[in-house]
Design a protein around this ligand. Structure first.
Ligand SMILES: [Zn+2]
Length: 272
């Protein structure tokens, strides 16, 4: 049995971290306007270019956005909603969970939740933590806030139901891996020593190969990108190349995480 009615699920997701990509590393970076402008590229240019591409291929996607970016950029939120994209929870300030007290982590959860609810009229249905880290209380918070899906763990190539406190929940985990993220390949900055830029062709090769194997094994593919990174001209070609490659295959569904996880959930719950 396939995971969805429409076949193999290919999730194209975008974390619009914008300036929080830098301030989460060090709040003092807010005083460095050129560094901050590398984040601003996400909402000023990158996200619009990504939206235009998705419109051209009639793909609806999920954007994980920190609450303060949701609040600061209502024009972006409005355009995303108009095109039918989903806005999901990505903390409030992108503060790295490993550096927070439990109280601070709860505040990040609450404020990010409220910001999305205010801006979209609906509670966010999915959660992705900033910088791929959880604390011992994160899973419990996800359950408490009623999320329907999570895209956080790196331990599988197929979706599964999250187990929290020894109990299997209805929260669908949509796992990913660093090789399916644009940042390790492309993110370059003076403040990130050791990072080098990879040619777009090598990233497209990696993602097409990932697709071929995952498709053949009837699993899923979760790609996590950042508009400030993938939205640059030479990088957007990689995303377009992946979409074209996927469209050359029968029964591939590129869609929103909420809609796809709603189809996957009952199939994970069904006895085998
Ligand atoms: Zn992020």
């Amino acid at each position: 049995m396939s995971l969805t009615d429409r076949g193999f699920p290919l999730f194209l997701t975008f974390d619009l971290d914008a300036e929080t990509m830098w301030t989460a590393r060090d709040p003092n970076y807010a005083k460095r306007p050129i560094l901050m402008s590398q984040g601003a590229y996400g909402w000023k240019v990158g996200v619009w270019r990504v939206m235009e591409l998705l419109r051209r291929y009639e793909v609806r996607a999920t954007f994980f956005i920190p609450g303060i970016i949701v609040e600061q950029r209502p024009q972006v939120v409005e355009a995303l909603l108009k095109d039918g994209h989903e806005i999901a929870h990505h903390s409030h300030t992108h503060a790295w969970i490993v550096n927070l007290t439990p109280e601070q982590e709860r505040e990040e959860m609450q404020k990010g939740f409220d910001a999305i609810k205010r801006a979209t009229g609906q509670a966010p249905r999915g959660y992705r933590s900033p910088a791929a880290e959880f604390s011992p209380i994160s899973l419990g918070l996800m359950k408490e806030y009623g999320f329907d899906y999570s895209s956080n763990f790196f331990d599988d190539d197929s979706p599964y139901l999250l187990e929290i406190d020894g109990e299997t929940t209805d929260i669908v985990e949509l796992p990913f891996r660093w090789v399916l993220d644009d940042a390790p390949f492309f993110q370059y900055s003076i403040v990130l020593p050791g990072r080098t830029m990879h040619p777009p062709s090598s990233v497209l090769e990696s993602w097409k190969t990932e697709f071929d194997v995952l498709y053949h094994e009837d699993r899923m593919m979760m790609v996590g990108m950042h508009p400030e990174i993938i939205g640059q001209p030479s990088r957007l070609v990689v995303l377009e190349g992946l979409i074209k490659h996927a469209r050359d295959h029968a029964n591939v569904w590129m869609g929103r995480c909420d809609e796809m996880s709603d189809q996957i959930r009952p199939r994970l719950k069904a006895p085998r």
